[in-house]
Design a protein around this ligand. Structure first.
Ligand code: ZN
Length: 319
């Protein structure tokens, strides 16, 4: 069974310390997501987030984001062509992907400094998805941790319109509740929550309410169930693989079996769920799923839903 992972933070780690964090390291991997571990876990589609931490001074954020893109081109794409950057629909054909597929996604528009020109340039560099915010406010919108809870700014509306014109996917994970509804109510563009779980199962603010999940279902969006222990279970130290299944069961009860995929957040988290500690271990999750669900559903959640979403929504070549 092939696996799709809608979120990891490898590029951020490489940007912090490119000597320590090596994507093709086989002996003693220091990353959760290495080539070898993708192979072990049969992960054939991996989204790589470009994440600039909040403490980076405003004017250095663009530099940090560009360097992460450079690490992707220089150190993840290799001469053996074992990984291929996905930018167009055509990159997702034929059905059984070989080499492994990679998508670039900007996590938080802060790095773009309120410039649509920078958004377009990131598009030209191969970025096809943008999460509007991390946890706090930026030029585009408020994040979920911003107490005032604002939605899209005036510029944010222009920004989303430009994303739509370019044919980009919008990620609502980390976005404020108001921002989420601004996007849903005003825009018709492909929408994913790349790494968020269900509030009804675990009440973390980064998780989605039932109404938000229903809106994603109505939009035919995508929701990446994440492995962050505190998003999986109220008692984060007790989070286990079986608790992840409760989120899946809940989304299904809302009619959402077609929007479920996974967004591990590997390399973005220190605490892990036992036996789900790196990309090489996703097989244990598949095993747990197979105790309860028929193969065609597991196939959808581990692969088809994610894969067909991008096959449908990425721009056509030479458009
Ligand atoms: Zn995140």
């Amino acid at each position: 069974m092939l696996f799709f992972d809608g979120h990891c933070d490898v590029l951020w780690k490489m940007w912090m310390n490119s000597e320590k964090y090596i994507f093709y390291e086989e002996e003693n991997p220091s990353l959760d997501v290495t080539y070898d571990r993708l192979r072990q876990g049969r992960v054939y589609f991996q989204t790589f987030a470009i994440f600039v931490p909040d403490h980076v001074p405003k004017l250095q954020k663009l530099d940090a984001a560009l360097k992460q893109i450079d690490y992707f081109y220089e150190q993840v794409l290799d001469e053996g062509k074992r990984i291929k950057l996905v930018t167009d629909q055509e990159d997702l054909l034929p059905e059984s992907p070989q080499p492994r597929l990679a998508l670039l996604s900007l996590e938080g528009a802060d790095a773009l400094q309120g410039e649509l020109a920078y958004l377009r340039l990131f598009y030209h560099l191969g970025v096809r998805q943008v999460g509007l915010t991390w946890n706090y406010a930026n030029e585009v919108a408020d994040g979920i941790g911003e107490k005032r809870g604002g939605g899209l700014t005036e510029f944010g509306h222009q920004f989303v319109q430009e994303m739509k014109r370019l044919g980009m996917v919008l990620d609502v994970s980390h976005l404020s509740v108001r921002g989420f509804w601004d996007v849903i109510e005003h825009y018709d563009l492909p929408t994913i929550a790349s790494h968020s779980n269900c509030q009804a199962i675990c009440s973390h603010e980064r998780n989605l309410s039932d109404n938000q999940i229903l809106a994603l279902i109505a939009k035919k969006g995508l929701m990446g169930i994440t492995f962050v222990p505190s998003f999986v279970h109220e008692m984060e130290n007790e989070a286990r693989i079986d608790h992840i299944l409760k989120h899946i069961e809940h989304i299904c009860s809302l009619g959402g079996e077609d929007i479920i995929c996974f967004g591990s957040d590997f390399d973005g988290i220190d605490h892990k769920i036992p036996n789900l500690e790196h990309a090489g271990q996703v097989g244990y999750l598949v095993e747990a799923l197979s105790r309860y669900y028929p193969e065609h559903l597991i196939q959808k959640w581990t692969w088809e839903n994610g894969y067909s979403f991008y096959k449908k929504h990425l721009p056509a070549k030479n458009r």
